[in-house]
Write a protein that binds this ligand. Structure first.
Ligand SMILES: *Cc1c(COP(=O)(O)O)cnc(C)c1O
Length: 371
């Protein structure tokens, strides 16, 4: 048996819901409402309802959601935004795009999310906002982050791009701070068939400002209140997301089942398994293990037809693109250790237990063979 196991299987998901997706796409084409059609508003209302927030604004990507959120809160030149370096580069790019400066704090060694213990020391008078990242689908410690933010009057914007359906103390990601930013990149827990994203918030003025900014600062077709951007949520993507959203809860349940199963099956192995904070119920965007022999294991799995991943091998503070910030190797020891040792095992709702068993058997064979 040597069938390939992908990191995520978007074909299997489409096969399971094909008639609903095809009907949604056809509906948009039949009505030719390609730009800001009714499906955009319908999906926004449904996703706001799902997250338990007042407002959802659909935008063109998760990156756009982060950038427009910062703009809506007035973050710009001369401001500092605190975030983590253990994330996809878009988190920091959004900060740079508005003219602010990212400052990276190290992550918690257990959960890999922003370490609240290191946050206070990083706050200066120039700090305007904090962007905690719910990495791999586990929410950051929002209790302590919000407490500190309140004490220093800072805006908190969740990077929830990997955390659709994740909770902290029973409350959903996207409803844990001043605003939440989601990506619907195809491989995310709720994925479009192209680029898409959304902002969630309970602040109506923030939502209104993002609605204006995403659509060229428009008041009406040819009257513009401010200089905005072309960052609307595409109607075809909104229709696809609207068809997929009713399945999200079941997909999250399936991810949680598989994650619990990995935890159980790999419990006795010489690996660092994911740790979950007692307040958190992750959405398991990724199941990330750690081993000093990461590169070897990655290669071993690849030879056997199992696609594992590394999220992310080069932390942002060591990226060439951010050399201008002047961080040196060793500046964020936990981040760097995790980047050197993390490995994402295949995990997607349609994954069968037989497939998972095969991944587990290979990981165990690797550990036994070479120890
Ligand atoms: C995917 C992702 C983004 C960016 O989302 P896009 O939709 O690709 O622009 C931002 N932050 C994190 C943590 C992500 O995983």
């Amino acid at each position: 048996m040597s069938q390939t196991i992908p990191l995520v299987d978007l074909k299997a998901q489409y096969a399971a819901i094909r008639p609903e997706i095809d009907a949604a796409i056809q509906r948009v084409i039949d009505t030719t409402s390609f730009i800001m059609g009714p499906d955009v508003r319908t999906f926004e209302a449904a996703f706001a309802n799902y997250c338990g927030v007042e407002q959802c604004v659909g935008v063109s990507s998760g990156t756009a959601a982060l950038e427009l959120a910062l703009r809506a809160f007035g973050v710009g030149a001369g401001h500092v935004v605190i975030t983590v370096a253990h994330t996809f580069i878009a988190t920091a790019e959004a900060i740079s795009a508005v003219g602010a400066k990212p400052v990276f704090v190290d992550i918690d060694p257990a959960t890999y999310t922003l370490d609240p213990a290191r946050l206070a020391a990083a706050i200066t008078p120039a700090t305007r906002a904090i962007i905690p990242v719910h990495i791999y689908g586990q929410t950051a410690d929002m209790t302590r982050i919000n407490q500190l933010a309140k004490a220093h009057q800072l805006v908190v914007i969740e990077d929830a791009a990997q955390a659709h359906g994740a909770t902290w103390q029973g409350q959903l990601a996207g409803n844990l701070a001043d605003a939440g930013c989601f990506s619907f990149y195809p491989g995310k827990n709720l994925g479009a068939y192209g680029d898409a994203g959304a902002l969630t918030t309970n602040a109506v003025p923030v939502a209104e400002q993002v609605r204006s900014l995403r659509n060229h600062g428009r008041r009406s077709k040819y009257l513009h209140d401010q200089k905005g951007f072309g960052e609307r949520l595409d109607t075809l993507q909104a229709a696809i997301l609207g068809a997929k959203l009713p399945h999200l809860a079941a997909w999250t349940t399936a991810r949680r089942h598989l994650a619990a199963r990995y935890q159980m099956l790999l419990a006795d192995c010489e690996l660092v398994l994911p740790a979950v904070a007692p307040e958190a119920n992750p959405a398991w965007h990724l199941f990330v293990i750690r081993t000093a022999r990461r590169d070897e294991l990655l290669d071993y799995l690849k030879q056997a037809g199992v696609e594992a991943g590394v999220h992310y091998p080069v932390p942002l503070h060591l990226q060439p693109a951010y050399a201008d910030l002047g961080y040196l190797q060793g500046a964020l020891p936990v981040t760097e250790l995790v980047a050197d040792t993390c490995l994402s095992l295949p995990l997607y709702p349609e994954m069968t237990e037989a497939q998972q068993d095969r991944v587990v058997a290979l990981v165990k064979a690797f550990l036994e063979q070479s120890s």
